[in-house]
Write a new protein. Structure first.
Length: 318
């Protein structure tokens, strides 16, 4: 496994006490696989990924029965060693490429610096050649010229490609793409997602693709993980989960998808009533119960345990 997570809990300081915000999540990412992560805003998707990158805010506490990236125990990584993990095993691209690029430095300067960090032994010429190769890999034409461009001279899609090139510099086994296309228009979004899909095939890289949009995940991911208020409520192969969702929350997310597969024309879009409870709030029963149409007494009283089949599971009483 590239990423192997068992019973990961993340606690944040609230005043003088630590409260869990991500509760006992377990998941794995296989080599070359795209794991799609969905869930409404505030469900803990980003926090979970930031833990894999060692980028949680100071004061956060991470515990797990297993938390391993390419066999390395992430719980044992010290503050000084995280840059090495990020520079060799895992890289991340963010929602807004423009804010992640330094506006006052050319793409070349920034990309060549990523190359230098990844391969300190390369000489100046070789670094530049590798930077050009990376830009070509992400589909940026006239790469040698582009090295001289400043971020503001690039379109949003082009800037995201440049960010992906920087992420690839270290040949990561795992690329975490957190809402990589939310800031882009629909055509460019498809191009970037196609690019990620091609890169994982060509490079055998695994991808965690985080999105609000279950439609995007449906199209690109091999497996899906549905998060709700700091927990994983359902996970499994993409076809199985989207065609026969078991958790009422997964069903609701699928029903709120515009143009959803199999929907009759003019079927009204469903919105999920109510709101995600604050992630740090302690709740006795199922965290989704207050919004669930099918909730029974037991749902309010005690948390559901996960029911497993071969390669999927769901956390629901019903
Ligand atoms: N440093 C922090 N201290 C305390 N609480 C935090 C901190 N960072 C995030 N949170 C809480 O954790 C919640 C979940 O955050 P997270 O960013 O993981 O959500 P998300 O699922 O990625 O949402 P979105 O889809 O909006 O990106 C936030 O809504 C916030 O309440
Ligand atoms: Mg997020």
């Amino acid at each position: 496994m590239i990423l192997d997570v068992d019973n990961l809990t993340i606690r944040f300081p609230f005043g003088r006490e630590l409260r869990p915000v991500v509760r006992g999540v377990s998941f794995q990412v296989a080599p070359g696989e795209i794991l799609g992560v969905v869930g409404e805003s505030g469900c803990g998707k980003s926090i979970t990924n930031l833990a894999v990158l060692g980028l949680l805010p100071p004061g956060a506490q991470v515990t797990a029965d297993r938390f391993a990236l390419c066999g390395q125990d992430l719980l044992a990584v010290g503050r000084r060693d995280w840059p090495t993990v990020r520079g060799s095993k895992v890289a991340m691209i963010f929602q807004n490429p423009m804010s992640a690029l330094n506006p006052s430095l050319t793409i070349g300067t920034q990309l060549i610096e990523s190359v230098r960090k990844a391969d300190p032994a390369l000489g100046r010429r070789q670094r530049e050649a590798r930077a050009i190769e990376l830009l070509e890999q992400v589909g940026i034409g006239a790469a040698a010229l582009r090295l001289k461009s400043y971020p503001h001279e690039l379109s949003g899609g082009m800037a995201q490609r440049a960010m992906i090139a920087m992420a690839l510099a270290s040949r990561p086994a795992l690329l975490i793409a957190d809402e990589p296309t939310t800031a882009l228009d629909v055509t460019i979004q498809a191009q970037i997602l196609d690019l990620l899909d091609r890169l994982r095939r060509d490079n055998g890289m695994s991808v965690i693709l985080v999105s609000h949009d279950i439609g995007v995940v449906q199209q690109y991911a091999d497996r899906i993980q549905v998060m709700y208020s700091g927990e994983i409520v359902e996970t499994g192969p993409i076809g199985q989960v989207t065609q026969t969702p078991s958790h009422p929350y997964t069903r609701a997310l699928l029903q709120s998808l515009p143009g959803r597969v199999g929907a009759r024309p003019k079927t009204p879009l469903v919105t999920i009533r109510g709101m995600v409870p604050p992630i740090e709030l302690a709740i006795e029963g199922c965290r989704f119960a207050s919004r669930c149409d099918r909730a029974e007494a037991q749902c309010q009283d005690r948390p559901p345990v996960a029911r497993r089949t071969a390669d999927s599971w769901v956390r629901c009483h019903l």
